[in-house]
Design a protein around this ligand. Sequence first.
Ligand SMILES: [Zn+2]
Ligand SMILES: [Zn+2]
Length: 315
Amino acid sequence: MEHELRAIGNGHAEWIKQTVRVDYDNRSQRPLGFSRNGRYNKVIKLLGTFKGDLSPNDLTYLVKTVDGNTYHLYLHLSDFDPLHTPSPIRWTLGFRVLKEGTTIGLPLWKSRIHKRLEGVADFHGDLCPELVIGCKACEMALELLPGLNTFRDIIVIAENNSSPALDAIQFVMGCTLGNRRLRVIDHSRHIYLFVSGIGGYGVKLSLKEVRFNDEDRFNEFERKVVEGSATLDDAVCYQKLLDARVARLAELENAEVFAVEKVRKCFVCNNFLTESLIHENYGFPMCENCRLDMAGNNSGWYINKRPAIPREGIW
Ligand SMILES: [Zn+2]
Ligand SMILES: [Zn+2]
């Protein structure tokens, strides 16, 4: 639906404002079709439902019809007044969305990841700011770890479980939950470790604070969209803010978006930690816990490692 919201925001609409008869399916709560100028327009897809702005119970629908057009239908539910209103329900065909103005104007992002951004957006469903964050993380990791000439050795450990950035990582790096090369710990933050599973080294990318100077408006529109109280105008404004964030993130240098630390794997517990927390012990890289465990074990330490017990969040 982002394309349609973008077109509406750019004023690419043909105004109709005509009362129409609509077939409405109560069970699925969606318009099935409408008649206009003696012609029936069958609805094949409901793109979105929004609150209306004339009275509190009104709803608006963006629908795609069988001929490939997108229309705006407004359902007005007036307070019943037998003297003035013949029917409390009135449908208005508001406008038809024109097809121009649906693409986002991105600044030239000269990288191989940029070429994949369209593919990533198709895979994910829309082009949103966190998708760009995910793409940039992949791009930066591949620049920092040029020695990994085969992707099959890269494992990604992500510290959130619901960001669109994860879709970008899966699409670009081929690391998925299914092939166990994407591991997720839910700390709800944009921290991504790109590591070599065999080599035991890698980088940790932590999102820096990026100011967009629209935070209050953005949060307000996002809240409305998430809780289902957004009008079509709200959704259009939200899409504009999303597009502005996508463009801003795309033009930032990777180093402005992420803080980088090198990480290494503890030989004993297999956790990846920032390099400053890893010490050489008996010639092996170890975290402090494993080093202390070993120092307290007078019966000697054997090269046969204990089974790895992941300690969450110690990096
Ligand atoms: Zn998205
Ligand atoms: Zn350890």
